[in-house]
Design a protein around this ligand. Structure first.
Ligand SMILES: C[S@@+](CC[C@H](N)C(=O)[O-])C[C@H]1O[C@@H](n2cnc3c(N)ncnc32)[C@H](O)[C@@H]1O
Length: 212
């Protein structure tokens, strides 16, 4: 569920890695510190990891290099194919944040980068509820994604993108379901997590939620 933006990745898949490494001016600030963001998610992850929205497999590759067992979930066929080319021996299945094949061993961490905003807030809350049921005490959700301190900050970023002539970025910020830190905090705490938020660049926050 929350698959309504997949057509974007049909066309973006081939040039996605070029965007994340700063070659797309409009998205340069969004992907600023991309390597550090992925490395931080890896550092905070346990040994058995379920990853949503693997994309071209950049985080997956780092998790594997850190000797973790990874179960990857990716709904876009072109993205999945690119990830499988990079990581032929890793499990990367069709699925999404809400409907996915369950790994056949207990997982200790659920990770995702640059993807949770594809769900509406109601779907985000439903997903966090599912993950709470999957994780044991001490299990973690470690997500990095664009979010805003409040709605005014979101509106200001849209205005800034328009002012710079960043039409694609402005459209993206209005089309997808970017939420606020207080809304995310509420979703995590109501499902039994303690959560911390750390800003990673002007757009992206690292969220580390621990099941109590
Ligand atoms: C911006 S890319 C991020 C890829 C990768 N995680 C990274 O950090 O580079 C977003 C990814 O989320 C995937 N996606 C879109 N909707 C999704 C959903 N409902 N559930 C899981 N993944 C989704 C897209 O297909 C795409 O691969």
């Amino acid at each position: 569920m929350g698959r309504e933006f997949l057509d974007i990745f049909e066309t973006w898949a081939q040039s996605y890695d070029s965007s994340v490494y700063g070659h797309d001016e409009q998205y340069r600030d969004v992907f600023d510190g991309y390597e550090t963001i992925l490395n931080t998610v890896v550092e905070k992850s346990g040994d058995v990891v379920l990853e949503f929205g693997v994309g071209t497999g950049n985080l997956t590759k780092k998790l594997i290099e850190a000797k973790k067992t990874v179960y990857g979930i990716e709904p876009s066929a072109p993205m999945r194919e690119l990830a499988k080319e990079k990581l032929p021996n890793v499990s990367i299945e069709d699925g999404d944040f809400l409907q996915f094949p369950l790994p056949n061993e207990p997982i200790d961490t659920i990770v995702s980068t640059y993807a949770f905003h594809h769900l509406t807030d109601a779907e985000k809350e439903e997903a966090i509820g599912k993950y709470s049921a999957l994780l044991r005490k001490g299990g973690k959700i470690v997500f990095a994604d664009t979010a805003f301190i409040d709605r005014e900050a979101h509106e200001a970023m849209i205005a800034e993108a328009k002012q710079k002539g960043f039409v694609d970025l402005a459209e993206d910020l209005q089309r997808e379901y970017y939420t606020t830190i207080p809304a995310l905090e509420h979703m995590f705490t109501m499902h039994g997590f303690t959560v911390t938020f750390t800003p990673m660049n002007r757009f992206v926050w690292l969220m580390e939620a621990v099941k109590q």
